[in-house]
Design a binder for this molecule. Sequence first.
Ligand code: FAD
Length: 346
Amino acid sequence: VEEELDPEAAAIAAKLAQYRGVWVFIEQTEGESAKVSWELLGVGQELAAKLGVELCALIIGHKVEHLCTEAFAYGATKAYLVDAPVFFHYRTEAYLEACCHLITKHKPEVILMGATGMGRDLAGAVATKVATGLTADCTGLGIDDKRNLMQTRPAFGGNIMATIMCDKFRPQMATVRPNVMPMPEHKPGAVGTIIREDFTVPEESILTKVIEIIRDSHNKSAVDITGAEFIVSGGRGMMSPENFAILHELAEELGGVVGASRSAVDAGWMPTDRQVGQTGKTVRPKIYIACGISGAIQHLVGMQDSDMVIAINRDPQAPIFEVASYGIVGDLFQVIPALTKKIREI
Ligand code: FAD
């Protein structure tokens, strides 16, 4: 039995039905792609299959056609390419114009972007201009039986997971943090269609000019923990910055890096680029060793998708043990040096 819609609902349904296709914004800097874009093509494949539509890459830049080939290898079947000198550096105004032009012309149903500096900036501006909804920092995406994008993200300080949908507007927009979605299979040689969009923006209409790019030289020791295969993380239980030396020793033996909970970062024991969690980085290493970390939900959302979690905590009730593959109840100042010694012997 077909459900009868009231005229207002029928008008909305007719408007929404004009929008088709899942788009992933391929973030790049000087032609080099951001890994999160490929992760989004992975989840995009599932969403496109459920909706029965094409998975498309949205590529904006200058001399970036090579990214179309990569997008096809990661599962896109179509690439919308906007390639002009004015798009060489990311500038909100120019990219915003290009995105809105394409959205108005092709009407995608879903648009995904990385929750990076660029993605967060662009997605907010685009959603405002095309007057649709945006869910930032999603950790899960799905499709319901009415073609709505179910967008899950932590809410109320990470204490609950909220599932949000945008059922009256299209496109449905979401940003997703790097490392939350698994990388899809890379199939070199996969083919797709490139739609070259002859679109540009007059340089003089853009208020922002990039004069020079200065790499951050203050933070020479900055470490990208998001790509590490082994992470040894310390929390408040480490008691002092000096005590992190035992974590560095263990991490070195494993060929990994040292991470930290927010308490350890807030105490000034570790730099902010090492923080794992809701307001830090999301990591998915092969092994995550949590040392003196209680396992607050805001920490767990950043590491619970690791292949293996080993927790060392002297409190047997610590919530970290709920996500741990292996748990050691004991004093970390005894357990960690013993573990490092054992690994050295192997
Ligand atoms: P604690 O909770 O104090 O735990 C210390 C643990 O060490 C205890 O379980 C204790 O049993 C154990 N311990 C102590 N001594 C020893 C020993 N000798 N041997 C073995 N175990 C020992 N937190 C994050 O980590 N990342 C985030 O991104 C983040 N974002 C947040 C965002 C918001 C909006 C809010 C409200 C909070 C956020 N937090 C975040 C903070 C989070 O709620 C917790 O406060 C924090 O994770 C606790 O850090 P911890 O586990 O190191 O410290």
